[in-house]
Ligand binder design. Structure first.
Ligand SMILES: [Mg+2]
Length: 314
């Protein structure tokens, strides 16, 4: 199967958005942006053996490569609209491609994301996706707006993806399917990102671990903060891991949760509750932004400095 037949068979779909003037099939895509919006663009690469096990379920991989990008768009409050996929494959395996495309388009369909172009090459299995979307310029969320007195908030459970990895690696000897799924099939917090427009002062998605990513937010904002151990949202599986003597730093330092960490004045909590449909993602206040720089954690009476340790790319 040549490149064109492969794209035609697995990746060309009728665009859902009228703004996709020209999608897959020409030298470039032609895309229209609504007049009052700016384009938000992000890109992520997943490499076999580095970011995923080479024998990973291709359906989960297709989901994840889009999900991690939608998470970045959510972090700036953008509505996802387009994706561009660069696929490097050791060989053409039609069953693998079918399932990969199935996972990708299931998530794309949920948010009406048009796959508008890409590239395929032969080589070690690597998947790169560039996603873009739009947001009213003044409502875009950044890392830099946190102010002293803001609450620090976090969606979902903390550290479950890292615990799921330990389960797959056999470092944790029991398995919990939900926890493993949090690693293999993360859910991007798109609705939360949209709801945070005009409410949050700062936002980041937690990809490298809470400690590392919250440091990025604090540094960008020129502030510090304290989080409370007792306020951290820990899943039943994480509590079991900790009760059985697991490392308490895991939830703070493990990457790949793809939850949103944001700051806003606490009196805005009621507004956020009103904007989010019930049954959607949970979010919790975990701490407070302060003038004094650095990140601290309180555990009982004790206050400890929390270093920016997390997932290291190099
Ligand atoms: Mg990010």
């Amino acid at each position: 199967m040549d490149e064109f037949a492969l794209i035609e068979r697995f990746f060309r779909r009728t665009p859902r958005r009228p703004q996709t003037r020209l999608g897959i099939g020409d030298d470039c895509a032609l895309l229209r942006l609504p007049a009052d919006r700016v384009l938000a663009v992000t890109m992520d690469t997943l490499v076999a053996g580095v970011h995923f096990f080479p024998d990973v379920d291709p359906e989960a991989l297709g989901h994840k490569v889009l999900a991690v990008n939608l998470s970045d768009l959510a972090a700036v409050g953008a509505e996802p609209v387009w994706g561009f996929l660069a696929l490097t494959l050791p060989r053409v395996d039609t069953d693998w491609l079918e399932r990969f495309a199935g996972g990708l388009f299931e998530l794309a369909g949920r948010y009406r994301v048009d796959l508008a172009g890409g590239d395929t090459t032969r080589g070690p299995l690597t998947v790169t996706l560039q996603a873009s979307g739009w947001v009213p310029e003044r409502q875009a969320l950044k890392r830099s707006g946190a102010r002293p007195g803001d609450g620090i908030y976090l969606s979902g459970w903390l550290g479950d993806a890292g615990l799921g990895l330990k389960m797959l690696q056999g470092e944790v000897t029991w398995r919990d399917p939900d926890t493993v799924a949090r690693l293999l099939r993360p859910e991007p917090r798109v609705e939360l990102g949209l709801a945070l427009r005009g409410l949050a002062h700062a936002c980041i998605d937690v990809s490298d671990g809470l400690a590392a990513d919250l440091h990025h937010l604090l540094n960008a904002s020129g502030v510090g903060g304290t989080i409370e151990w007792e306020a951290l949202p820990l899943s039943p599986a994480m509590r079991r891991y900790l009760t059985e003597g697991g490392d308490w730093r895991l939830p703070l330092q493990a990457g790949e949760d793809y939850e949103l960490c944001f700051t806003m004045p606490p009196w805005r909590e009621a507004d956020l509750e009103r904007r989010l449909p019930s049954g959607g993602v949970a979010w919790h206040r975990i701490g407070t932004i302060e003038k004094q720089d650095g990140l601290r954690i309180t555990k009982g009476e004790k206050v400890t400095a929390l270093p920016a340790v997390g997932y290291r790319h190099f």
